[in-house]
Design a protein. Sequence first.
Length: 288
Amino acid sequence: MNVEAVVLDIDGVLVDVANSYRRAIVESVDRVYGQTIEYEAIQQFKDAGGFNNDWELTYAAALYVLASQEGLGLDVEQFTNRIAATGAGLSAAENVVANALDPHNRERVRDAWNRDRLRAVFQQLYLGSETYREFEGEEPELDVSGFINDEPILVDPETIDELTDRYPVGVVTGRPAQEADIALERVGLDVADEHRFTMDDWEEGKPHPHALTTLAERFDADAVAFAGDTLDDVRTAVNASDADPDREYYGIGVLTGGLTGEEGRTKYDRAGASAVVDSVNDLPDLLE
């Protein structure tokens, strides 16, 4: 795999978000509606595609809970399979609910579904009261320290040094820019603004190829490796290859996020991964 640039995802690759972002999804829905999805169900939403934005995954999880209370009659696997078959993401989740409920129950779900409230609770739980006040410019209603402080670092300093010595390194992440800054500073990876894409930088999000093809252009690289922890990360590289056939794009699945073990390898392979590694720390040897 002879590449000229490396692009990294953050969550599940550089830092472990099992007890931060993913915990915030489950607990936000529970705090707002008194009922929530199982923790393991988060990966089923991720695998369905279109949920690179964890706020939108939270909204979809809440939508599922509310619709279930109104007689949806689908378990999470059936619900997320229908999302995948309907086009992926939050809009597909809305369509699934709209098609499954009668008009009266559908309206009751719509009336109860409060995305602004879910986002506010999510951000307070994740950021903590002080950082929420700083980033959001609003007074928090919760007195919490923030799950952001519970993100173990997954990447070794030696890996950062080796990758940045050998390649130009970029970042494509679903995090907002300020939250990306926190994670990158913690892991010791300095990435120029023009070499990273966050939630704030492009509307479509992964698996749309725009961010990856733009970074390839900015690096003037004919071959790019993109390492991420979700199927949408791999699909981003596949889509980039389709959109920009004059360059090579390698999607590398990392098994330190929600996809693990042989099942994770199989799912990555089916999505078109060029390679699968146990950890981002295996990346330098893979690219050697």
